[in-house]
Design a protein around this ligand. Structure first.
Ligand code: GTP
Ligand code: MG
Length: 218
């Protein structure tokens, strides 16, 4: 399993440097009016509740407790903004999970509305990383629903498999192939599916390089 044959040493080094700089929590946003100005490159982490969004942010930044992760789904309740790199030149955004039934219906509907308007209307959003738990073996309906929205709004997104440490290699590769095939039919999808384990650090340098490339776009 090769996490990323396509990155040069320079790109990997740029990723390492970006995330070796500062990483700070900036603010939690509960409604669109609370969003910070769109004044720098931004990437966000979306996906079903408990998929590992907060853990992935912690692995990328190498700070175990920057974003609050939990075995109990529904941990992240706001759009949490983190400033990364010296001068905080990049925003990473940790989103609340979707598809979590245990919080009230009204609360879920409010989050879903907030996430959807954010995904559709954020000018500085360079890419959405859509996280999918490798153990699921493919996309869930809620993933496809968010993809429809992003295709409609022409917001680029990239699928990232999480928790690959939990699944045999051959199975992970099968899942990647299956998802890659589905992405071909989608307008705004990045063609490459990334494999990661926040737990073991697998695929983390490559994802850092990917993000550093997006941050460098200006
Ligand atoms: N084995 C393994 N477990 C992981 C990995 N990433 C996350 N987890 C576990 O999965 C659970 C959920 O992780 P979170 O990072 O809180 O998930 P989240 O997507 O932020 O969840 P919400 O905020 O509820 O939407 C935690 O118990 C993590 O320890 C991984 O790479 N490998
Ligand atoms: Mg979370």
């Amino acid at each position: 399993m090769d996490a990323a044959p396509e990155f040069s040493e320079e790109a990997l080094e740029a990723g390492r440097l970006l995330f070796a700089g500062k990483a700070e929590f900036v603010l939690g946003v509960a409604s669109l009016s609370g969003l910070p100005p769109s004044d720098r490159a931004e990437v966000c982490f979306a996906g079903r509740s408990n998929v590992g969004k907060s853990s992935l942010i912690n692995a990328l930044t190498g700070r175990a407790k920057l974003a609050r992760s939990s075995a109990e789904p529904g941990r992240t309740r706001e759009l949490n903004y983190f400033a990364i790199g010296d001068e905080g030149k990049l925003f990473l955004v940790d989103l609340p999970g979707f598809g979590y039934a245990k919080v009230s219906k009204t609360q879920t509907a409010a989050w879903t509305r907030l996430i959807k308007s954010y995904l559709r209307g954020r000018p500085s959003l360079r890419r959405v990383f859509l996280l999918v738990d490798a153990r699921r073996g493919g996309l869930m309906d809620t993933d496809e629903e968010v993809m429809n929205l992003m295709d409609g709004a022409a917001v680029t997104y990239q699928v990232v498999l999480t928790k690959v440490d939990k699944v045999p290699k051959a199975e992970v590769e099968k899942t990647v192939a299956k998802i890659t095939d589905k992405l071909k039919k989608r307008g705004a999808a990045h063609p490459v599916v990334r494999m990661t384990s926040a737990e073991k650090g697998f695929g983390i340098p490559e994802l850092r390089a990917e993000i550093a490339g997006l941050a460098a776009l200006g």
